[in-house]
Write a protein that binds this ligand. Structure first.
Ligand SMILES: [Zn+2]
Length: 84
């Protein structure tokens, strides 16, 4: 069935999971990475867990971070924060 992958190292793939999730892989690398993990249930599962965890974190951060406060902080940095 799967004969194009003669050697598959789950640990090696796992290190790529974080790179992929951080957008550190080129689109070519990401494509071959996704193709490879799709043929390994363990890797695919780990990838999906990490991905949903990351999505969860980014949603949580977005929710808890008040956008106006962030904008104010940026303004303070840009114009100098002399009022405090
Ligand atoms: Zn694997």
């Amino acid at each position: 069935m799967v004969k194009n992958i003669t050697f598959h190292n789950c640990d090696h793939i796992l290190s790529k999971v974080f790179l992929a999730l951080d957008g550190e892989l080129s689109s070519e690398e990401e494509a071959s990475f996704l193709a490879e993990i799709n043929q390994c249930g363990d890797c695919l599962e780990k990838y999906q867990i990490e991905k949903s965890f990351k999505d969860f974190l980014s949603k949580k951060v977005r929710k808890e971070c008040c956008f106006e406060t962030l904008a104010q902080n940026i303004k303070n940095k840009l114009y100098g924060n002399s009022s405090s």
